[in-house]
Design a protein around this ligand. Structure first.
Ligand SMILES: Nc1ncnc2c1ncn2[C@@H]1O[C@H](COP(=O)(O)OP(=O)(O)OP(=O)(O)O)[C@@H](O)[C@H]1O
Ligand SMILES: [Mg+2]
Length: 278
């Protein structure tokens, strides 16, 4: 990111977990996407793990800055993992082919004139609809009934596999706060960050700070276990609002800890010395 190297000499340390903290709308997600887009350009494949924002929304947001992540995904340089759909992928492809088949039956149904044939198609369509509904219900249930332990296990296994098959060097977890909802204990956060560190990727762990929070992360633990912390914030004065960025820590790296301003340009986020009004 233009200007970030002034704050962190040599850029983000390779293979380290870095905490990205900030209140809503401060640019954390876009920073994560830009980090992965940059990786695509310099031959470092990356993975975005999303808890709330769907894949399409992330891809569309990226297109606004001219980052073609869809193309990168085709070349296996970028991938999105939707946390709550873990383990459901096989059903998605089945549902997709069933929907396609239903659409085909529907158009055939419009064309047939023979009554027997039409009835036959109706029965077949009803069968498909029932099966589709059953799968949809099962997928919804699976989203909510896996225990945290099962989910974490599956998640880590899938992530390890994906990182090694893609040769991923960069990773974004959006967000650590959503992950920790199910287990906020110190131990769980330590374990999670340790597992992420074992991946060997340079990882941005996003933490959602409540508005005007004085803390460094939502959980109060990850700031100690991550190697670096970058804080995103909004400043509102009577006249204007602008976005700010500050590097709180970066282990074994020289930093400029001063508060700087975050700009949104046509090609992405930049760090500058002057504020940009929003
Ligand atoms: N092209 C753009 N130019 C200027 N501002 C933009 C542009 N695209 C998005 N924004 C602004 O960026 C903000 C969203 O950024 P982003 O989604 O990265 O925030 P966030 O910190 O991840 O928020 P949340 O915590 O809600 O997920 C919004 O306030 C939006 O108005
Ligand atoms: Mg976000």
């Amino acid at each position: 990111m233009t200007g970030l190297e002034k704050l962190v000499s040599g850029g983000l340390p390779e293979g380290s977990p870095i905490l990205i903290s900030g209140s809503p709308g401060t640019g954390k997600t876009l920073f994560g996407l830009q980090f992965l887009h940059h990786g695509v350009l310099c031959g470092e494949p990356g993975i975005y793990v999303t808890f709330e924002e769907p894949r399409e929304s992330l891809v569309t947001a990226s297109e606004n800055f001219g980052w073609n992540l869809e193309e990168a995904a085709k070349e296996r340089k970028f991938a999105v993992m939707e946390y709550f759909d873990l383990g459901n992928e096989v059903y998605f492809s089945e549902m997709e082919s069933m929907r396609a088949h239903l659409a085909e039956l529907e158009s055939r149904r419009k064309e047939v004139t023979l009554r027997d044939k039409a009835e036959e198609i109706d029965v077949s369509m009803a069968d498909y609809q029932t099966r589709l509904k059953q799968i949809e219900e099962m997928v919804t249930e699976r989203r909510y009934t896996l225990t945290q332990h099962e989910r974490e296990q599956q998640f880590v296994e899938r992530l390890f596999t994906l990182v090694s098959t893609m040769g991923a060097k960069r990773l974004v977890i959006d967000s650590l706060s959503a992950y920790a909802i199910y287990d906020e204990s110190r131990e769980a956060i330590h374990r999670f960050v340790r597992r992420i560190r074992d991946l060997g990727t340079t990882t941005l762990l996003i933490s959602e700070l409540p508005k005007n929070s004085a803390g460094l992360s939502r959980d109060g633990v990850s700031e100690f276990v991550c190697d670096g912390i970058i804080l995103f914030s909004l400043e509102r004065t009577k006249e204007a609002t602008f976005r700010k960025i500050r590097v709180e820590k970066m282990r074994h790296t020289k930093i400029d800890g001063a508060e700087r301003f975050l700009w949104f340009t046509d090609t992405g986020l930049e760090v500058r010395d002057r504020p940009q009004e929003i």
